[in-house]
Design a protein around this ligand. Structure first.
Ligand code: FES
Length: 470
């Protein structure tokens, strides 16, 4: 027998080189941990590069654990649990499988080599498989090489020249001012009627700020205030972000564009608002401008009043039967930019995103305007334990932006408010869009369409694809 071919010999050979990969394996207590134990008791020999951390179930696995491992210098991470159908908690690994798929796609989009993050199912009796998985994962990480220090640009000579397609260069609709005056008159009339009849105690709409031409959200409690309502192409804000808090003081009316109504669908899905406590006033939208240009989100939006709305100002209300029906829409202009990033080599992608994240001020404006960010205490502000550093540094900024994007996977309705308000002009819209593409491709789900559908990462199908799991 050729001893040079044995795993032990390979391990000894590898140890002779200067660099050895450090791999963290998160394994579930009930299957893979026992499988690894089986490998030991049966004296299987495999590379000693893996440090095992036991936890209850893959369903308990949080992307925060993976990020922390990379932050602390792990070259690779392996997550392993029970085979589908064998989970001690019945469904934990089905939910985990969806989260793994999306998180893996996110890290790859950020420029992390997919060989560094791997998943497997290993049962308690599969000591042989565990040894094989560790060998394969170790070899993959070895081929990928030492990981770049997390949260830092690497090799400045390889910064890609990033050229995005500008929405202004794309053919598309332009906001039509002449269509807005009759809509505004109807909005004011509807607001007056709702407030005077007592059907709502507050109305959320748009109004002119003290800065000329600047439109801001306004909260009206009196009929006399209805005249301050405005409806221009500057009405970009997604007013649904204010809905959960406003509804604590009674029944609320809200003016919704097509994109805003998708956020309302998300809030209903996640039980953040009660349908009977909100009156939705739909407005047909011909597009809004951001920095003088038609917003990217408007190019593939039909601007129609949602069938979810109770009232419609200036446009027909589609039949309720149309709710939940996914209609064909033109390609999203953001997809060209997502495709461009994906065409870059991994190192250039990494450098691009690290440059973006390095500008983050941690002002959390993105969170404040997001209609689907409603947690009373955000994970970014939890200190015991502190999973996301609050320091404005590479690791903290990377963790924050990755976790923010992941928390919105399958939930983001693509209103791009986070990008609009970001003072550092970070392309958060591309992170959100990349995950929306992944979710739609894998699970056939588009956010903001159906108020009674289960969010894709809070549900599963037994036959979900798992081509990336060993
Ligand atoms: Fe092993 Fe759930 S208990 S994956």
């Amino acid at each position: 027998m050729d001893s040079a071919a044995t795993p032990l010999a390979q391990a000894v050979d590898a140890s002779a080189s200067a660099w050895q990969p450090h791999i963290i394996a998160f394994v579930c207590h009930w299957c893979t941990y026992a499988g690894a134990d089986m490998a030991g008791t049966t004296r299987r020999i495999y590379p000693p590069n893996v440090r095992i951390l036991r936890f209850p179930c893959t369903g308990r696995m949080s992307p925060l654990f993976i990020l922390r491992a990379f932050e602390q210098g792990a070259d690779g991470v392996l997550v392993s649990g029970c085979h589908p159908g064998d989970c001690h908690y019945v469904q934990g690994n089905y939910f985990a499988r969806r989260r793994f798929a999306v998180f893996r796609a996110l890290l790859e989009f950020l420029g992390v080599d997919p060989r560094r993050l791997q998943f497997s199912w290993v049962s308690a009796s599969e000591g042989v498989k565990w040894a094989r998985v560790v060998e394969e994962v170790t070899q993959g990480v070895r081929d990928a090489g030492p990981i770049s220090p997390w949260g830092r640009v690497q090799d400045h000579g390889r910064l890609a020249l990033v050229r995005f397609a500008s929405p202004a260069d794309q053919a598309g609709r332009r906001p039509g001012e002449d269509e807005r005056a009759p809509v505004l008159a109807e909005l004011r009339r509807a607001a007056s009627e709702l407030l005077s009849s007592g059907r709502i105690s507050r109305l959320i709409g748009y109004g002119e700020s003290s800065l000329p031409g600047k439109i801001v959200p306004v909260f009206l409690d009196n009929v006399a205030d209805a005249s301050v309502l405005a409806w221009t192409d500057g009405c970009s804000a997604n007013l649904a972000a204010y809905l959960p808090a406003a509804m604590r003081s009674g029944k609320v009316g809200i003016i919704v564009k097509s994109c805003d109504s998708k956020a309302v669908v998300g809030l209903l899905q996640e039980n953040q608002i009660r349908r009977e406590d909100v009156v939705l006033i739909g407005v047909p939208c011909t597009g809004v401008r951001v920095n003088g240009r038609l917003a990217s989100k408007c190019f593939n939006c039909d601007g129609q009043v949602s069938p979810l709305c109770d009232l419609s100002a200036g446009g027909a209300r589609p039949a309720a039967a149309a709710m939940g029906v996914q209609v064909a829409v033109p390609p999203d202009v953001r997809d060209a930019d997502v495709g461009y990033i994906e065409s870059l080599p991994l190192l250039d992608r990494w450098n691009f995103w690290q440059n973006q994240f390095a500008r983050c001020l941690r002002c959390y404006a993105c969170r404040a305007v997001c209609p689907l960010c409603y947690c009373e205490t955000c994970i970014a502000e939890k200190h015991r334990p502190q999973w996301i550093s609050t320091s404005i540094d590479g690791k903290g900024n990377t963790a924050w932006n990755v976790v923010r994007a992941f928390h919105l996977a399958g939930r983001c309705i693509g209103c791009d408010e986070c990008s609009r308000v970001c003072p550092a002009n970070i392309r958060l819209d591309l992170l959100n869009r990349r995950l929306a593409i992944e979710v739609e491709r894998r699970f056939g789900y588009r956010a903001g369409q159906d108020a009674v559908a289960s969010p894709p990462l809070a549900s599963f199908r037994q036959d979900d694809s798992e081509e990336f799991i060993r």
